[in-house]
Write a new protein. Structure first.
Length: 388
């Protein structure tokens, strides 16, 4: 049985670990704090600063894993190239993990090398340079730290007065040791999707039915599957996803994010791993959820097909403030609702807007997606994260 070293142990890692344990794999869950969600499920756990390359080296040396799997972005991924040279398997690949942790690397690859349509963008290393970049891009525009995720440090500039604030905020939200930001033209999209894409050792790329989602503060609030969209638009997104995953190389599931606007499909970014919006697949919308698909692709088990079994929605339960030992009020209401389930991640600290759990609703394939979304939102609003 394979030994998996998982760098990052949040909610996505937890469900991945459950999938791995179900078929007898060994998992070592790593994060920067003890008792992280995946650590609660894994065989072993380790606590290190994943931006410290020496600490990463020590764990690889200690556990000699069959697979090294990143679950977050903020990892000293430069070391992954070395692990590959030493004969380790990095998922999806060292290049994929390294390029996607830094918005500059992945954006330049997608826009310049692969010619994918993206929002117009510039980079800035100071408030002064940001000002110039904004004047070139135009307003509104969005500023994001080069290294961050879940909307951390991200803000929209609507007037000149926002520029200095946006710079300050980006510096507080940056997870790495990089001060640089990307500033992107605001894409006035009609809707946005995540296209879960699976690359396999057999060479055949598979796509999950598209996932629609709504974001606030740069973080997802609800996601639903399937996202209603025209077939030719979906085909275009699939082609773009195949191009970028092929260029990054490797095996596993990827969450490829697109904006769909009147003037076409824009590539935004991608995760080289299960995607937060893909938690909707925990509502058993597919024959395999995104974590099971990742696992199969990682360990090289065939995936004969991906089928949509029912429609579904996930809606997040967010922390209401900063405190230890959160408990959840209102879960009886959720549990009493038909065609509904939920997950509580087991994070031991609540922070304002921290994702603590999800509501999952579903219906038959011929049900109305709006109704499934409405129910998930309603039920999520009934759950309160409170102090014990
Ligand atoms: N250029 C843009 N134009 C319009 N909206 C945008 C743009 N960039 C980002 N957004 C909005 O902000 C959301 C978050 O952006 P993005 O995915 O780049 O952030 P992130 O921090 O990487 O989030 P995550 O890690 O959760 O995917 C997008 O899903 C979209 O709703
Ligand atoms: N968009 C990326 C994403 O959803 N990542 C997921 O959130 C966790 C961190 O949560 P935390 O910040 O609450 O510790 C990560 O470990 C991963 O599971
Ligand atoms: Mg995103």
């Amino acid at each position: 049985m394979a030994k998996i070293l998982l760098f990052g142990s949040g909610e996505l890692g937890k469900e991945f670990t459950i999938a791995a344990k179900r078929i007898g794999q060994t998992v070592i869950a790593v994060d920067s704090y003890p008792n992280a969600p995946a650590a609660q499920m894994a065989d072993y756990s380790e606590v290190i600063n994943m931006l410290d390359g020496n600490a990463l080296d020590a764990l690889v040396e200690k556990h000699k894993p069959d697979y090294i799997i990143p679950e977050i972005e903020a990892i000293r991924t430069e070391r992954f190239y070395e692990y590959e040279k030493q004969g380790y398997t990095v998922i999806p690949s060292a290049k994929a993990a390294n390029f996607t942790m830094n918005r500059k690397a992945i954006r330049d690859l997608a826009a310049k090398e692969l010619g994918l349509k993206t929002a117009d963008y510039r980079y800035a290393t100071s408030a002064e340079i940001l000002k110039k970049a904004v004047s070139e891009i135009g307003m509104p525009c969005i500023v994001k730290p080069l290294m961050s995720s879940s909307g951390k440090g991200q803000s929209t500039i609507k007037t000149e007065a926002d520029i200095e604030k946006a710079w300050q905020y980006s510096q507080e939200g940056s997870r790495g040791d990089v001060a640089e930001v990307i500033v992107e033209a605001f894409v006035d999209f009609n809707y946005e999707i995540t296209l879960l894409t699976v690359t396999q050792r057999s060479g055949k790329t598979l796509f999950c039915p598209p996932i629609g989602h709504r974001q606030e503060r740069g973080d997802y609030i609800e996601s639903w599957q399937p996202a209603p969209m025209k077939n030719d638009v979906l085909k275009e997104a699939q082609q773009m996803a195949e191009k970028v995953t092929t260029a990054l190389t490797g095996y596993g599931i990827w969450g490829v994010e697109f904006f769909v606007a009147d003037d076409g499909v824009y590539f935004s970014e991608l995760s080289p791993r299960p995607h937060d919006t893909g938690m909707v697949t925990l509502a058993k919308t597919q024959n395999f959820n995104e974590f099971e698909l990742h696992l199969r692709a990682v360990i090289g088990l065939p995936i004969p097909e991906i089928t949509l079994e029912r429609i579904g929605c996930s809606a997040v339960i967010l922390g209401s403030g900063n405190f230890e030992n959160p408990v959840f009020d209102g879960l009886e209401i959720v549990a009493a609702a038909p065609k509904t389930d939920f997950r509580i991640f087991g994070k031991t600290t609540s922070r304002l807007y921290r994702r603590m759990g999800v509501i999952l609703t579903h219906d038959k394939l011929d049900g109305a997606i709006e109704d499934v979304i409405f129910r998930a939102k309603q039920l999520a609003s009934k759950v309160k994260v409170i102090q014990k």
